[in-house]
Design a protein around this ligand. Structure first.
Ligand code: DX5
Ligand code: ZN
Length: 224
């Protein structure tokens, strides 16, 4: 199974007044953009939504990985697709059985992912992994950028990688929160192959160099 390592900067840490410029500056060096949609209900914060995604779409062809930290995310699948989303991730904590949500996303032409919060065990999502293009293991509590990486989350990444391997699945395993050059390699060693990085890219002095540094910290391999 071939699973390349992919870097996904989270635009949550960008300067929203210069969002287009910040995204274009790193676009040639990244594999996807991670877009955090927060509704102030599922998480205690509000970030951005459909109109911002729509405005950003003409800026780059890079894939948009939309992480929906919200209640009733399926209500927005159609508008998100129309705005330019490629993949939507919903939380297992919102959909204890995500089968219908996955169908709905695919019917809209979206790829589908499931995210699990730090307290949610891997076993809760295991029965639904086959529905997913991507599993997102939260390595911080969702809601805010710039938090410290929760090391214990890597145990779930290992369980997920073993499951994906042993079942011959192609599911990407993304880690989200607190990722930087000091821990990205540990996340890769645990089995992650998609790395979200907000603060460590957009709060760096040179965001392009920050992406290159993250890539250099990874072992260059095709199999995660
Ligand atoms: C947290 C978000 C993350 C966040 C990552 O709720 O889901 O994607 O933007 O930002 P950093 O890399 O700063 O932890
Ligand atoms: Zn996120």
């Amino acid at each position: 199974m071939l699973t390349a390592s992919l870097i996904a900067p989270s635009i949550l840490a960008a300067d929203f007044a210069r969002l287009g410029e910040e995204v274009s500056a790193v676009a040639p060096y990244v594999d996807m953009f991670h877009i955090d949609v927060m509704d102030g209900h599922f998480v205690p914060n509000i970030s951005l939504g459909v109109p911002v995604i729509e405005s950003l779409r003409p800026v780059t062809d890079v894939k948009f990985d939309c992480h929906l930290m919200m209640l009733n995310p399926d209500f927005y699948f159609g508008p998100l697709r129309a705005a330019g989303a490629d993949l939507v991730t919903v939380h297992l904590e919102v959909f204890p059985d995500p089968t219908e949500a996955a169908k709905k996303a695919r019917a809209e032409g979206l790829e589908f992912g499931l995210a699990i919060n730090p307290p949610t065990p891997f076993e809760a999502v295991e029965p639904y992994l086959e529905l997913c293009d991507m599993l997102v293991v939260m390595t911080v509590h969702p809601g805010f950028g710039g938090q410290s990486f929760i090391e214990e989350s890597l145990g779930k990444v290992e369980l997920a990688r073993n499951f994906v391997r042993s079942h011959g699945l192609l599911t990407d395993i993304e880690v989200d929160g607190g990722i930087g050059p000091a821990n990205i390699r540990r996340a890769q060693d645990a089995g992650a192959n998609v790395f979200v990085a907000g603060s460590s890219v957009f709060r760096a002095e040179n965001s392009q160099k920050a992406v290159t540094d993250l890539r250099e910290a990874l072992e260059n391999r095709e199999e995660a």
